[in-house]
Unconditional design. Structure first.
Length: 233
């Protein structure tokens, strides 16, 4: 099964946007489309994505300016430019500013999906090996048995607590919004703020004893979401 990639897409040509969004969704990915740069930046300030796909010439704030602001903020989400600009100076400028890939329109379906897959791998968006355990500090995620061990002892978790904790352990250091977690763990796409994630985060903190003295913490980032991160001594 293909890995689902969460994509934010900036494009003001509505026919093009509809076609590309259809291709991405047909391939099993989740795509949120916006048509102007300022709205796009507002989205990025409140939500998290695996890949950003940018057109260059869009209203309010062009794709290059969006890229500049994204990188200046410390956001290292992989960026793919998909634009009609095919001159060398534009390509070099975008890549030098921090774009990870660049493709020239007209957009071809197979090429786009191949580039998305490659960027997803680069970003660490991959299915975890069902037979291979993942060790993070004193915790071991045993996918084959669907359990998490702490100091070699299995911890009793509900199915959703296990899935959420497993996803966090797969993505140590990544800041993830509540909407992102709802989509990835629950399969729910909703613009409504939900306390569901907060309740489960609180529960797995307690059940798995995720706290600084264990070397890791689940940090709450105000108005954004959560990040499982190592604690420096």
């Amino acid at each position: 099964m293909e890995t689902t990639v969460r994509i934010a897409y900036l494009e003001d040509d509505m026919a093009q946007a509809e076609l590309v969004t259809h291709w991405l969704q047909e391939a099993g990915h989740n795509c949120i489309h916006l048509a102007n740069g300022r709205d796009f930046m507002s989205l990025l300030r409140r939500d998290t994505f695996d890949i950003l796909v940018l057109d260059w010439e869009v209203p309010d704030m062009n794709g290059y300016a969006v890229l500049e602001e994204v990188r200046a903020s410390g956001n290292q989400t992989p960026v793919l430019f998909a634009t009609q600009r095919d001159d060398e100076s534009s390509i070099v400028g975008a890549l030098s500013q921090g774009a990870d890939d660049y493709m020239v329109k007209p957009t071809k379906q197979a090429e786009l999906l191949a580039r998305i897959t490659a960027l997803g791998r680069r970003a660490g968006v991959a299915e975890m090996d069902e037979e291979k355990a993942l060790t993070v500090g004193p915790w071991v995620v045993d996918r084959a048995r669907r359990q998490i061990l702490l100091d070699e002892d299995p911890v009793k978790l509900t199915d959703k607590d296990y899935e959420l904790a497993s996803y966090l352990f797969q993505n140590v250091g990544k800041l993830m919004s509540r909407a992102h977690l709802l989509e990835k763990v629950w399969g729910i796409m909703t613009p409504i703020e939900s306390r569901t994630v907060d309740v489960h985060i609180s529960r797995i903190r307690r059940s798995l004893h995720i706290r600084p003295e264990r070397g890791y913490r689940i940090k709450t980032v105000y108005q954004h979401g959560y990040r499982l991160e190592p604690v420096e001594e």
